[in-house]
Ligand binder design. Structure first.
Ligand code: GZL
Length: 324
C-alpha cells in the first residue's frame, strides 16, 4: 500500500510540475501556481444556467483555477469552436456542458490527441468511446422525470377519468430533454388515465414555453396538466394560462424541474404544483475533479449530484434560504 501511494504521489508531483511548467506533450498551459481550465458553457437560456455559470466562475476563483470561459448561445458549433480554441491555447483541462448529446467525437478526439483531459458537466454526450472524457458530473435526468411522473400518479389517484397532459420539452437532442421525457413517461405508465396529448420543445426558455403553451391552449381542449422540463418554460406557460383567463395551479396543474428562485416563488404562490430540483451548483465539485484529473489521479467515471423535490408548503419554508 505504501509503495503504491508513494508512486502515486511521485506521479502526481511530476504531473503537476509538468502542467505548471508547460509540458511539451500538449496541455500544461496552466499558470505556475494553478491549473488553467477552458470552460465551454451552453448559453444563458435559463435561471438554472445563470446559477450554474456563477457557480463555476466563483469556484474557479476560490480554487485559484485560471478559467477561460465561453458562452455558446445554445449553438453546438460555437461550443466546438471554443473547445478547439482551448486546445490551441494548450489549457490543462477542458470542461463543458454539451448543448446536445450527439456530434462530439471529432473534437473530443482532437482534445485527446492533444493530451488535454475533458470533463463533462451538467449534460452528457452519446459517444460510444468513453475514453474521450474523464468523468461526467451532473444530475440523473431520468430520475428527475420519474420523480415528476410519480408525483402526478399519486396526486391524480383519486381523480376519475382521463387526465390530459401537455409537455414542454427542453432543447431538442439535449440529454435533460431526452431523459426527463423518458423518466416521466415510464412513471405515468402506472396510470392509464394519464395521457400526454401534446409535446413540443420550448428550448428551455421562458419565451419558448409561453409561445408553445399559447398554441396548446388554442388547439387542445381540456388541458389538465403541464409538464415542463424546466422552471423557465413553466413560468412562460403560467403567463399564457393567465392570459387565457385560467388559474395556473388550479384549472391547469403545473409540474416543472430545476427549483430556481423564480420557480420556487411561483410554487410557494400555488401557481406551480410540484418542482423537482436540479442542482446547478456544480462549481466546487468540478474544480476538485479538474485538479485531480490534471494531477493524473483516478476519478469516478460518473458523479451524480444530490437533489430533492418540493411542494408549495415546502417551498414556503425554504425559499428565503435558497442559494439560487
Ligand atoms: C439541466 C440543465 C438544463 C436545466 C435548464 O442540468 O442542463 O438546462 O434544467 C437549463 O434550465 O437550460
Amino acid at each position: 500500500m505504501f509503495k503504491k501511494s508513494f508512486v502515486a504521489v511521485v506521479a502526481a508531483t511530476l504531473a503537476l510540475t509538468a502542467c505548471g511548467g508547460g509540458s511539451d506533450a500538449g496541455g500544461g498551459g496552466g499558470s505556475d501556481d494553478g491549473i488553467t481550465m477552458g470552460f465551454a458553457q451552453v448559453g444563458a437560456e435559463s435561471g438554472w444556467r445563470t446559477a450554474n455559470t456563477k457557480s463555476v466562475q466563483d469556484s474557479a476563483k476560490e480554487a485559484g483555477v485560471d478559467l477561460k470561459f465561453s458562452d455558446a448561445q445554445q449553438k453546438q458549433e460555437n461550443q466546438i469552436k471554443a473547445i478547439r480554441s482551448y486546445i490551441q491555447q494548450q489549457v490543462d483541462v477542458i470542461a463543458f456542458s454539451p448543448v446536445v448529446e450527439s456530434g462530439w467525437d471529432t473534437v473530443l478526439k482532437e482534445a485527446k490527441d492533444a493530451d488535454i483531459p475533458v470533463i463533462l458537466t451538467d449534460r452528457s454526450v452519446d459517444s460510444a468511446d468513453t475514453s474521450l472524457y474523464k468523468t461526467f458530473l451532473g444530475s440523473d435526468f431520468v430520475e428527475e422525470g420519474k420523480k415528476a411522473g410519480d408525483w402526478l400518479v399519486q396526486d391524480s389517484a383519486s381523480t376519475d377519468g382521463p387526465i390530459n397532459i401537455v409537455e414542454l420539452q427542453g432543447t431538442t437532442g439535449a440529454a435533460p430533454a431526452i431523459d426527463r421525457k423518458e423518466g416521466f413517461e415510464a412513471a405515468i405508465a402506472a396510470d392509464p388515465d394519464l395521457k400526454i396529448v401534446q409535446s413540443q420543445t420550448g428550448d428551455f426558455t421562458r419565451s419558448g414555453g409561453k409561445q408553445v403553451m399559447e398554441a396548446f391552449l388554442k388547439n387542445t381542449p381540456d388541458i389538465d396538466v403541464v409538464y415542463a422540463h424546466n422552471d423557465d418554460m413553466g413560468l412562460g406557460a403560467i403567463e399564457a394560462i393567465e392570459a387565457a383567463g385560467k388559474v395556473p395551479g388550479k384549472d391547469i396543474k403545473i409540474i416543472t424541474v430545476d427549483a430556481v428562485k423564480d420557480g420556487m416563488t411561483a410554487l410557494s404562490e400555488g401557481k406551480i404544483n410540484y418542482i423537482v430540483e436540479c442542482n446547478p451548483l456544480l462549481g466546487d465539485q468540478l474544480m476538485d475533479l479538474a485538479e485531480k484529473v490534471v494531477a493524473g489521479e483516478e476519478v469516478p467515471a460518473r458523479v451524480v449530484t444530490e437533489e430533492s423535490a418540493f411542494t408549495p408548503e415546502q417551498a414556503k419554508e425554504v425559499l428565503a434560504s435558497r442559494e439560487y
